[in-house]
Design a protein. Structure first.
Length: 256
């Protein structure tokens, strides 16, 4: 799962703690926000607390979701490695971010993705009720709904996040960037099959990808586009219904 780790999650955790300590010294008002980092001994513990805090409405819900996350991380440490890769991807791809602490504390897309990783683990452990409860809570509190049966790679960036829907059985590859109000879902006439999104794809704001189709590696889907058929690797799809552009450029680049 964590094929894109450039530094260990332990190294990343040390960097996050240093940033948190410096932030509190610079502005004591941040102490309440950063306390859960400074109180934890490792990244998994901080992530579990973060998930509970971000998607739980009541204290009992926050405790339940944090407990489920700790259980998942203990059973499958690769989930923590994946979270480290995701956070590194945010910093690498968002030019407005210069450190790990801001997206960890503030980016609801990152929190929703980590909550999904736990709900997916629960789904795979044949615990669908709690998995779906986590999906519902994340949708309610973060306005991002990711079905626990979906498959999502690492280094995925949910930018802004509001209104993102990733439906049941959808597959999203590594290094994908998804902007706000994007929908990836099955077609009602073929509920057995969902879209497959390749590596490095960009799904721009308001795009809808629906049906039994594949979007090839490093393709780009324009803002507001409606995609109902395959998009080859490297192509751009724009409009309603979507039409393909730049495919010749993609083929030339691949051959060179």
């Amino acid at each position: 799962m964590a094929t894109h780790v450039t530094a260990s999650s332990d190294d990343l955790w040390r960097s996050i703690r240093r940033e948190a300590e410096a932030a509190v010294v610079a502005d004591p008002f941040l102490e309440a926000s950063a306390a859960f980092i400074l109180d934890q001994g490792e990244l998994g513990g901080a992530l579990a607390f973060l998930i509970g805090r971000r998607i739980g409405r009541a204290e009992v819900d926050r405790a339940q979701f944090a407990r489920a996350a700790r259980e998942a991380y203990a059973a499958e440490p690769a989930l923590v490695d994946a979270a480290a890769v995701d956070l590194t991807a945010v910093v690498r791809r968002d030019p407005a971010i210069s450190g790990f602490l801001p997206p960890l504390l503030n980016f609801k897309g990152y929190a929703a993705l980590q909550a999904w990783r736990v709900s997916n683990w629960l789904w795979r452990q044949d615990r669908p009720d709690l998995a779906l409860l986590m999906q519902s809570a994340a949708a309610d509190q973060l306005q991002i709904s990711i079905h626990p049966s979906a498959q999502i790679g690492t280094a995925v960036f949910l930018d802004h996040g509001t209104g993102i829907i990733i439906g049941a059985l959808a597959s999203v590859g590594d290094e994908v960037t998804i902007l706000q109000n994007v929908t990836i879902a099955r077609h009602q006439d073929d509920p057995r099959h969902a879209p497959t999104i390749g590596r490095g794809v960009l799904l721009s704001a308001g795009a809808t990808v629906i049906g039994h189709l594949s979007i090839g590696d490093f393709a780009k889907i324009g803002a507001g586009a409606l995609v109902t058929s395959d998009v080859p690797a490297g192509c751009t799809a724009i409009g309603v219904p979507a039409r393909l552009t730049n495919c010749a450029e993609a083929e030339t680049s691949a051959q060179s």
